[in-house]
Design a protein around this ligand. Structure first.
Ligand code: NG1
Ligand code: ZN
Length: 527
């Protein structure tokens, strides 16, 4: 393989047009789409090298900017088991993207040498994209990066982020997970969902209807595909389908609903207490919401989903008379009331880790059954091999264990999957005979508020203790503590965003007014 080709491709087709330093962050590279062509090309190169480094295993490349606005795009790599790119390669990615076109050839040669990569061995890269209008152009750049190194590339077109993760795992584990196709994905999830329903479509307070806000993203398209294949096991009406003038994530979708604490702008009038679901632009996050009979908006976020799932799993494990270690993982953004509920009522072990699913996922793997969710609705459940084997054995005699076995099939363990998570919530509510009133009455959320603060250099803020305490700039935490101590049930923290050029402020307190004031006061300290 002649590395000159890489340089020639880069120079002719994907020249680097910005010298701004970019970093492979919690969600890979993100930015304005017009600056991403060279980044994408180089990520195609890197994915091929990573595949060869991993003995020819399939590596995934997902093109999306998730919940960010339509003009943005981004790219993240998926490792062979469906997990995020290994941390040790994040810096390799960062360096590769920042070298000049002239240095590129030599730099690629250095990566090959440093990592002992056999450049003639076979490689496989799967590429998927969201439905942003610039995604196809960027997908071609990734594919050309693969081709420049004579690798194999398979394009999946428009898919959700969790679908791409599914394809990567399926291809690498062969029969264990099903085929790496869209059809196999639908079959696996719908099959498990319909078996779990077992013909019982309504139960107690549970009604069989939901409104699904697709954020004008790929989640909407895929949900329409689900509906086509489901035997009316759930009546889903899809809004923000991505046809017409609506822009991706614009005044709709999970991030908008969670942060603004209101329904999508385009919300049709529905009966009070109708279950509504919002996903984000690449369908890896999900939140529920409804309007009560006073017309008030009520949110059921990632913390609610986590507590619902954790309680249900614990119940099934107890009834199956098996001994497994269960645990729940949250971040500092988890509502304090949810943590109290988990610790005091569910008596479930909880841990807090820094923001970003890779931290949550990693921690969750320490348990036999690890439930993890970010408050924004990004999360899943992971089962250890020991847990799977124990459940399988118990399922021969116990119905509760049979249910657990089907739940494992319904869950996309590799990464948070909005559609799989939604089907899981629907299953649990159905089994419990619950409507949203029953669900929300388990505990009362503390009022909470997030602010984005523009600062000159967000990295002057450094945190510790799972981002709950600020160590730099010196003295800031003492001042925050002083402010917080004036508020009943007050809690607040600040951290630099990993995906936007801002500092985030989080505040919660006993009343809405206190929360607003606390957020404002802490925001002033940061500015
Ligand atoms: P940053 O920008 O680092 O706060 C945001 C979300 C994360 C995660 C990433 C990746 C919040 C407060 N932060 O990270 O949870 O989803 O984006 O998409 O929601
Ligand atoms: Zn997302």
């Amino acid at each position: 393989i002649n590395l000159r080709t890489v340089y020639a491709f880069a120079r002719e087709m994907y020249p680097k047009i910005s010298t701004e330093y970019v970093q492979y962050g919690t969600a890979g590279f993100r930015g304005k789409a017009e600056f991403l062509d060279s980044v994408m090309f180089r990520m195609g190169v890197l994915a091929t090298l990573r595949s060869r480094y991993r003995g020819g295993a399939v590596i995934g490349v997902m093109i999306t900017a998730s919940h960010n606005p339509e003009p943005d795009n981004g790219v993240k790599l998926v490792d062979p088991k469906g997990e995020m790119l290994d941390a040790s390669w994040e810096s390799i990615a960062t360096d590769l993207v920042n070298v000049s076109d002239q240095e590129l050839e030599q730099h690629v040669a250095k990566i090959i040498k440093d990592n002992n990569i056999d450049i003639t061995s076979s490689s496989h890269v799967f590429v998927g994209m969201d439905n942003r209008y610039h995604s196809p152009r960027l997908l071609k750049a990734v594919a050309d990066g693969v081709i420049a190194l004579k690798g194999n590339v398979r394009e999946f077109g428009i898919v959700t982020t969790p679908m791409l993760h599914f394809f990567v795992v399926a291809a690498n584990t062969k029969e264990a997970y099903g085929k790496p196709t869209e059809e196999a994905y639908y079959e696996k999830l719908i099959g498990a969902f319909e078996s779990l329903r077992n013909g019982q479509l309504e139960n107690g307070n549970y009604k069989n209807n939901v409104v699904f806000d697709g954020a004008n993203g790929v989640g909407a398209r895929k949900m329409l595909q689900f509906i086509k294949r489901m035997n009316k096991s759930l009546n889903i009406s899809v809004i923000n389908q991505g046809i017409g003038p609506g822009k991706i994530n614009d005044e709709c979708g999970a991030d908008y609903v969670k942060v603004q604490q209101r329904p999508p702008i385009s919300m049709p009038i529905v009966e009070p207490f109708t279950r509504c679901v919002s996903v984000d632009g690449d369908a890896d996050r999900v939140v529920y919401f409804f309007t009560n009979d006073k017309g008030e908006f009520q949110l059921l976020d990632g913390d609610r989903i986590a507590t619902l799932v954790a309680g249900y799993l614990m119940d099934l494990v107890t009834r199956s008379e098996i001994d497994l270690r269960l645990g729940l993982v949250q971040t500092a953004y988890a509502n304090g009331a949810s943590t109290d509920y988990i610790v005091n009522e569910l008596k479930f072990p909880v841990s807090c880790v820094p923001t970003g699913v890779k931290h949550l996922h990693h921690k969750a793997l320490e348990y036999d059954i690890g439930v993890y969710f970010e408050a924004n609705g990004h999360g899943t459940i992971v089962f250890s091999d020991h847990a799977k084997a124990t459940i399988a054995t118990a399922s021969e005699t116990k119905d509760s264990a049979k249910t657990l076995l089907l739940l494992i099939d319904l869950i996309n363990e590799t990464v948070g999957d909005a559609i799989s998570d939604m089907l899981l919530v629907e299953t649990i509510l159905n089994h419990k005979g619950w409507d949203v009133k029953d669900w929300i009455s388990t505990y009362n959320d503390l009022p909470n508020r997030q602010l984005k603060i523009k600062v000159q250099d967000r990295n002057v803020i450094e945190t510790t203790n799972a981002e709950r305490d600020c160590v730099k700039p010196e003295g800031l935490q003492t001042e925050i503590n002083k402010v917080v101590s004036n508020y009943k049930r007050g809690r607040s923290f600040v951290r630099p965003s990993g995906t936007e050029d801002i500092v985030r402020v989080y505040a919660e307190a006993a009343t809405k007014e206190d929360t607003e004031n606390l957020a404002y006061e802490v925001g002033v300290l940061v500015q």
